[in-house]
Design a protein. Structure first.
Lengths: 144, 487
């Protein structure tokens, strides 16, 4: 019986707490709205209005290569963590562990070969690479 | 823990599928050749399929605390490999004219297949989650594979975001179960469900959250919002995979969880599943009524069909897993066939798939055999006798009647009646006289190519199972699916 009363009390205190949080927020916003000063300006409604008017948009274009690097990090660095675990238990894991680690590393290696072959490791954008290839060709032709 | 030889043999199907992925990746790195890479994939998958015979000989084997290879998982692994093979042949036909990299879809396909195989043989929450993610993550990529088509990209992103939310539900449910019981294996949870039962809110809420997470992947009714958009966006072979392999694997693991953890004895669980089944049947069928896009229509119909299967799960009697397996076999053959025809009619070189019903208008006058295949599939989806769909529905109704689930059966009957309308609407369009606008068409020699032969074989399977179902029923019984109840 007493435990049920206790639960009810706990629920009540939580409800009162939540209500108090809501009231406090409303009070702070409401009072500052009523009492606070107001002034308007052309640059006042801009996001970065602290004295300096902003220039340009926030939507910069990043090269997608950065995402590629982040993905490489996730793939190879995080998977290398498994090798640390293997390294500290090398003797206990024995030959079975060794074979499994070899399989694991082989798969990673094949992944690397795949990435290399599809050109994910080439840093320059594809268009520039094509342009460079073309200019090299013209150089060779000129030399001839 | 080291594996002995028998456990290694039991794991062979999963290992070979995984190795196929690596080999195909290496082959793509070596030389990009669509035909070669597809052939390599198909060879690997066939090898895995053959190795199931070996695995079934040594079954049941418990491999680590995570996986168990028994008759049940062998049966579903075989189903998944067959589906993957079918989707690979469809993808080969579909991808022929794709402008981007065509080969990676096989990589994703085999990865998803290995995830599905882990899923059907898992006996632990950890392997359930790993399998589910390994199944889902490649599917995001596959849905968005033809990313120049903005619907495909949209579908991929939608599926990824919503799927992540569902995974969060699943994980939280697991955490609650673990908080109460300190174990994550299905067997360990079984003891907890027996002891605590309804009195433990943590267990009930945890199990229901797992039901929500899995229900999302199965697109049950309150969690079905993503289905039509993703099905519409996904390239047709991927849609076929999504509608069959993904659902088969998740449903198989759901049934195993319910049976092994005896979670279905929970009244709350069964009531929740009953409501979900009821809603799925009605929502799926009624929303399909106004669709003019055949992929969306198949999406809604898959919601309804999964609702039908859930009736058998709710029945929870001796017929349960047999009915589920039987219904899934018929549903897989039928849905693969229907998506297969859509895939043969479309190709990735065009901006849009041939997915509007008017694309199929008068198809009979141009491609009579392909039309016959689609007609058989639509009739089977509607559950007309002499097709496989009828046998599956018969099983579900038998299970439902046995458990006296009258209101669910009522929904099933109403749903089937409504379903007849929109399935037959597609059939009618096939035979209408041609208005003289040919936008999409299958290749002239579609019947001599791998995809076409596969679709014709599926139509034969649907008819044979419909007329003479005994062999497949025996197969399901032999697979020891009914034995799950006893264990």
């Amino acid at each position: 019986m007493s435990s049920s009363i206790q639960t009810v009390a706990e629920h009540w205190s939580l409800a009162v707490y939540l209500g108090a949080v809501g009231l406090l927020c409303a009070f702070m916003l409401g009072v500052s709205y009523l009492l606070g000063g107001r002034d308007w300006g052309r640059a006042k409604n801009e996001p970065f209005e602290s004295g300096v008017s902003s220039v340009g948009g926030a939507r910069l274009r990043f090269s997608a290569k950065f995402y590629l690097i982040a993905m490489f990090f996730v793939i190879f660095d995080v998977e290398a963590l498994f090798l640390y675990v293997w390294a500290v238990s090398l003797r206990e894991a024995g030959w079975t562990g060794y074979i499994e680690a070899v399989v694991f590393i082989t798969i990673l290696l094949i992944g690397l070969v795949y990435l290399w072959r599809i050109g994910a490791l080439d840093w320059a954008p594809e268009s520039r690479r094509r342009k460079m290839q073309a200019s090299k060709m013209t150089h060779i032709k000129e030399a001839e | 823990m080291t594996l002995n030889e028998q456990q290694f043999i039991a794991l062979l199907p999963i290992l070979i599928t995984g190795a196929t992925t690596v080999v195909v990746m290496l082959a793509i790195a070596f030389a990009r050749n669509h035909w070669w890479n597809a052939t390599l994939t198909v060879a690997g998958l066939n090898l895995a399929l053959a190795s199931i015979i070996l695995a079934a000989r040594v079954a049941p084997q418990t491999v680590t605390p995570l996986l168990v290879i028994d008759g049940y998982s062998c049966f579903y692994m075989a189903l998944i490999l067959v589906i993957t093979l079918a989707c690979a042949t469809l993808a080969h036909a579909y991808m022929e004219d794709f402008a981007g990299n065509r080969e990676e879809i096989y990589l994703l396909l085999t990865l998803a297949a290995s995830g599905a195989m882990v899923l059907v043989s898992s006996r632990h929450m950890a392997s359930l989650f790993i399998g589910l993610e390994l199944l889902s993550v490649p599917i995001y990529g596959m849905v968005a594979y033809t990313f120049r088509n903005h619907r495909s990209l949209e579908g991929g992103i939608k599926y990824m975001v919503l799927s992540a939310a569902a995974s969060a539900f699943l994980l939280f449910g697991m955490a609650l179960l673990y908080a109460h019981s300190g174990t994550l294996s299905f067997k360990g949870l079984s003891g907890q469900f027996h002891m605590a039962g309804l009195h433990s809110p943590l267990l009930v809420v945890g199990a229901l959250m797992i039901l929500i997470g899995l229900g999302f992947k199965l697109s049950f009714a309150p969690f079905h919002m993503w289905t039509p958009d993703v099905y519409e966006g996904a390239p047709a072979p991927v849609g076929a995979f999504l509608a069959t392999a993904s659902k088969t694997a998740v449903l198989a693991v759901l049934v195993r969880f319910l049976l092994e953890a005896s979670a279905e004895n929970e009244l709350a669980m069964r009531e929740a599943m009953g409501v979900i089944a009821f809603l799925s049947i009605l929502v799926g069928n009624f929303l399909a009524l106004t669709q003019t896009n055949i992929k969306r229509l198949l999406g809604y119909s898959s919601i309804a069909h999964l609702g039908y299967v859930l009736v058998a799960v709710v029945a929870a009697n001796h017929l349960e897993s047999e009915a589920v397996a039987m219904y899934l076999v018929t549903y897989i053959a039928t849905t693969l066939g229907a998506f297969g025809v859509v895939a043969l009619m479309s190709d990735a070189g065009r901006l849009h798939d041939a997915d509007a019903i008017f694309n199929y208008r008068g198809l009979f006058w141009r491609r009579p055999y392909l039309t016959a295949v689609l007609t058989v599939m639509m009739l089977s989806l509607a559950g007309i006798p002499l097709t496989a769909g009828f046998i599956g529905k018969f099983y579900v109704i038998a299970a439902g009647v046995d458990a006296k689930l009258w209101w669910l059966l009522g929904a099933l009957v109403v749903g089937s009646g409504v379903g007849l309308y929109y399935y037959l609407r597609v059939v009618v369009a096939l035979y209408l006289p041609e208005p003289g606008m040919v936008q999409h068409d299958a290749r002239l020699d579609w019947g001599q190519r791998a995809g076409g032969i596969m679709v014709l074989a599926l139509a034969a399977v649907v008819l044979i199972v419909g007329i003479f179902p005994q062999p497949i029923i025996d197969l399901i019984r032999d697979a020891g699916i009914t034995a799950l109840h006893l264990s």
